[in-house]
Design a protein around this ligand. Sequence first.
Ligand SMILES: CC(C)(COP(=O)(O)OP(=O)(O)OC[C@H]1O[C@@H](n2cnc3c(N)ncnc32)[C@H](O)[C@@H]1OP(=O)(O)O)[C@@H](O)C(=O)NCCC(=O)NCCS
Length: 137
Amino acid sequence: MKDMGEPKLKIVAMPKDTNSAGNIFGGWILSQIDSAGVIAARELSPERVVTISMEQVVFKQPVFIGDIISCYAKILKVGTTSIKVQVEVVAQRVDKLGCMACIHVTSATVTYVSVDREGNKKPISEELKKIHGFLNS
Ligand SMILES: CC(C)(COP(=O)(O)OP(=O)(O)OC[C@H]1O[C@@H](n2cnc3c(N)ncnc32)[C@H](O)[C@@H]1OP(=O)(O)O)[C@@H](O)C(=O)NCCC(=O)NCCS
């Protein structure tokens, strides 16, 4: 996936993750998105982050049992305590002819807040912002 770096998370969709129609449950995909976004956000807040919002979640294509799911995550914006992350989900799937296809299945924007051990919001270190090129974002 262009400009997104390496996937933050890869996982195989299993039968236990299906909904009543036999496709992979949207909530399971949201959980993978949240986990991948946390991995990206913790580059700016290594101790702990919590999810404050999930926006613009678009399920573009269904996910099926056996799909290899890759979640790419890229930090878009860093505030005083918040970190906005774009997450893109790609499914690798073998088609009927035995060819591997990569399908962009879901995208989302997730915002995290840097918190301390007690769950109180905590300003993001200026040094980490500088290291990651977000000092003026
Ligand atoms: C995260 C939490 C500590 C924030 O406390 P708060 O006093 O409500 O925080 P604020 O309103 O000051 O917002 C904190 C930051 O989040 C941003 N924010 C607030 N609401 C937002 C929203 N709906 N979407 C995106 N960002 C939002 C604010 O702009 C602020 O960013 P900044 O510091 O970079 O300027 C608190 O809301 C909380 O504990 N929420 C539960 C988190 C949780 O349990 N998540 C898992 C859900 S299962």
